[in-house]
Design a binder for this molecule. Structure first.
Ligand code: C2E
Ligand code: CA
Ligand code: CA
Length: 755
């Protein structure tokens, strides 16, 4: 590896770690494993006797703890071929004169230059002193020793070979050091390039194997000491025979001696060798310590020992890095409360799903907890947090593990995956069992908005918006229901957004006004009041029907301001009518649920009455029946407060909802308004079977006033009269009128009545 590629910073840090990394069982210096091979000595001589005397002289000796083994060649060319095949020879005992007078020397040159064998030690032997080579050659070719054969007694031969072997060993150790360091540096560079913790862990096991010259084998585990996981040991990666421990919790029951070695290493906080296992300790930051444990059947020499220490230092840095990156990732892409992917990550996951050929089968489902805000307010935020965590866990553990579960904000979770597994019924079924939190059982339900990704043609972020639209629709219809997004909904939504902007502008530019529809006494035909109905004429003179713009005003919250304006306008009109002499006249004003629920509604009402001077007993508020059904306890209290201001309450569109009798009684309302649909059907149905008739009876039994709305013809009026309905409103009497027209209409009526 060229020096420029060395990670300098890493090396400097390694030095800092060096002192901490002390091996518990320091191997004896230079103690080499018994399994190490013998020193190989090659005897090259054309005289067969020299071969036998050499092996006889050195056959049973040991040098540096290892025996000698002999190879034989009888010519320079034979020796050359042999060395080409067998490079691992320590010492060459070489005859100078063989096939030619310089055969030995030229063999030395070829060994060094052609074969590149620089470590091999060479002892030259010659029969005749006169054939001594030049000192030049001896130095140039790195020849260890030069002796005449007669000089080489057995002892001297032993000494010469022993010296050669010692020097061979030193040379090899230097080489190993260089190679080993290069390998450690390369290993750490490779580890730095890896990202996930698991990849780094596998990389470490591989590199330890390479450094020890054995196949990758063993495991790497982490101990987390956060109070959330008291001392749990988890295997990050495991290869070879202990593969089955991969990704699992590690304990002595499951990991046997491996687990015991890991525990011991964590306790002593240092690397250790024993019981055929090598344990490397990597102290992590933030209470996460790592241990690698690999089988090692031999002892380590000092050189390997030192290399592993350097390696462990490097690994510690790699692990810190990956932990840091993981942590950053975690923060950027995960919800800190539940640990689930957050919105950013989810959008990535949707994008990835959209890129798959199987996207047609994928579904995105938003899961919104019903009434979570109330739970949170009632039981506290800590409790709410625990509930969210529990919901996240349940979704993750009970649904198909191939699905993605995310939390994208507040009480909204998301499930993404294959259509077969992402279905409303099984997801909602998960909420049937209560959640056990802080010793309490809490029951929550969820509403779902779904998008079939196969039908979606935008990016991930758009799919999420569509799911949100579907969710809103589902919530507007019923709690614990679900809704699939359809393309028409998207168009509709865009239209609604457009209209919302137009309405806001129109309201500011006085495009809104009220029309007043008279209400009459069915028996006397006398008008007694009017309902104020909102109108919107846009710039181009077009009238937008209230059924279209009022839901948008409600949805956008605009209704709060508009509704206040309507109330004040209607009160003011009542005052003008009173001033014109209609002092017993009542004014009905529609109030939508959003308005009514607004915390300042009561103040707003009181101020409107005060400011306009309208007498409350001549003001009636109309609330819809569906609204009267919502959250009974809250409503009862609020209605009671409203009534204390002196205004009266009518239930609009009565008969379309599901009010129970007892519920109605508790609400303290004054009047029921029979929905137009039931007035329309009245002429077709047999006496005694119509809903209108039942409402009239109900009113009588409860002592409530009843008014029929949408009366269009005289027959309807007649039947209603026969059924005992006292009051009516409808086109039969008048369409909604402008204030001037209403005054004119009233004057006209008074004339007729008088006549
Ligand atoms: P609603 O409160 O049920 O009002 C009665 C609706 O029936 C009015 O429609 C009225 O014009 C219509 N109507 C009256 N008599 C007849 C009849 O004989 N035949 C037929 N076919 N229709 C008749 P409009 O004015 O279009 O209002 C529609 C709805 O808009 C109202 O229903 C009410 O829910 C809402 N709305 C109107 N003004 C306001 C308001 O100021 N505030 C709120 N929150 N809602 C309002
Ligand atoms: Ca009404
Ligand atoms: Ca109505």
């Amino acid at each position: 590896m060229p020096a420029s590629m060395t990670p300098r910073g890493a090396l400097e840090e390694v030095n800092a770690f060096h002192d901490e990394l002390v091996f518990a069982d320091e191997a004896e210096p230079a103690t080499l494993g018994l399994t190490r091979a013998a020193w190989r000595v090659l005897v090259v001589d054309d005289d067969a006797d020299v071969h036998s005397t050499t092996t006889f002289a050195l056959g049973n000796v040991e040098m540096q703890g290892r025996p000698l083994s002999f190879l034989h060649a009888y010519s320079a060319s034979e020796a050359f071929e042999l060395l080409r095949r067998e490079p691992d020879v320590a010492v060459l005992l070489l005859d100078v004169v063989m096939e030619s007078s310089d055969a030995g020397l030229s063999l030395v040159r070829r060994i060094r230059e052609e074969l590149g064998l620089r470590d091999l030690r060479i002892i030259l032997r010659t029969g005749q002193p006169g054939y001594a080579p030049e000192m030049e050659a001896i130095r140039g070719y790195d020849i260890n020793d030069y002796r005449t054969k007669s000089e080489l007694t057995r002892t001297k031969l032993y000494t010469a070979v022993a010296a050669a072997i010692r020097s061979y060993q030193q040379i090899r150790a230097l080489d190993d050091n260089r190679l080993g360091l290069e390998r450690v540096v390369a290993a750490s560079a490779e580890l730095m390039a890896l990202h996930g913790l698991r990849d780094v862990a596998l990389g470490i096991l591989n590199q330890v194997g390479l450094l020890l010259g054995q196949p990758a084998e063993g495991l790497l585990c982490v101990r987390e000491t956060g109070h959330a996981h008291p001392d749990i040991l988890r295997t990050v990666a495991a290869v070879g025979a202990c593969r089955h421990l991969d990704g699992r919790e590690l304990n002595v029951a499951r990991g046997g001696p491996l687990a015991a070695a890991v525990e011991r290493t964590l306790l002593n906080r240092r690397c250790a060798i024993g019981d055929g296992l090598l344990s490397l300790y990597f102290p992590g930051k933030a209470g996460r310590d790592f241990v690698a444990c690999v089988p090692l059947e031999r002892e380590l020499d000092e050189h390997e020992n030192r290399l592993l220490q350097v390696f462990a230092g490097m690994v510690t840095i790699s692990l810190d890095n990956v932990e840091l990156v993981t942590h950053l990732n975690q923060a950027a892409f995960h919800d800190p409360l539940t640990g689930l992917p957050n919105r950013t990550r989810l959008v990535e996951l949707i994008d990835a799903t959209l890129a798959l050929p199987t996207r047609a089968q994928a579904i995105l489902a938003l899961v919104d907890l019903d009434h979570f805000a109330e739970t949170n307010d009632a039981l506290g935020h800590h409790f709410g947090d625990l509930l969210l965590v529990a919901v996240g866990r349940r979704l993750q553990s009970k649904l198909d593990p191939g699905l993605h579960v995310a939390r994208i904000g507040g009480d909204i979770f998301c499930v993404l995956g294959e259509a077969g597994a992402v279905q409303p019924a099984p997801i909602q079924a998960l909420f049937r069992e209560p959640f056990h939190i802080d010793g309490q059982d809490v029951q929550v339900s969820a509403t779902l908005g779904l998008v079939r990704l196969g039908e979606h043609d935008g990016a991930g972020a758009d799919a999420l918006k569509d799911a949100d639209i579907a969710l809103k629709r589902a919530k507007s219809q019923q709690r614990a229901g679900h809704f699939y997004f359809s393309r028409s909904m998207g168009v509709e939504i865009r239209e609604r957004v457009r209209m919302m902007h137009a309405l806001r502008g129109g309201f500011q530019r006085n495009q809104l006004f009220l029309a007043y529809q008279p209400q009459v006494d069915l028996l006397s035909n006398r008008p007694f009041g009017a309902e104020a109905l909102l109108r919107w004429r846009t710039e181009d003179g077009r009238l937008v029907p209230p059924d279209r713009f009022i839901p948008i005003a409600e949805y956008s919250g605009l209704i709060v301001d508009i509704g206040e304006w309507v109330l004040r306008q209607a009160c003011a009109e009542l005052m003008r009518l009173r001033a014109a002499g209609h002092t017993a006249f009542t004014m009905s004003v529609n109030v939508s649920q959003v308005q009514f629920r607004h915390p300042h509604f009561l103040d707003m009402l009181r101020r409107a009455l005060d400011d306009t001077g309208a007498p409350p007993e001549f003001i009636e508020l109309e609330i819809t029946e569906s609204m009267a059904m919502e959250e009974p306890a809250l409503l009862v209290e609020k209605l009671a407060q409203v009534k204390r201001t002196g205004v009266s309450i009518a239930i609009d569109d009565f008969g379309t909802g599901f009010s129970s009798l007892s519920h109605l009684q508790r609400l303290q309302v004054d009047r029921l308004k029979i929905d137009r649909a039931f007035v329309t059907e009245i002429t077709g149905s047999a006496r005694g079977s119509s809903i209108a008739e039942m409402v009239i009876q109900l009113g009588r039994n409860l002592g409530l006033s009843v008014i029929a709305e949408g009366v269009e013809d005289e027959r309807q009026a007649q039947i209603l009269r026969q059924l005992g309905c006292p009051l009516a409103q409808g086109f039969l009497y008048s369409r909604p009128l402008s204030p001037e027209d209403l005054l004119a209409w009233l004057a006209d009526r008074a004339l007729h009545q008088a006549a």
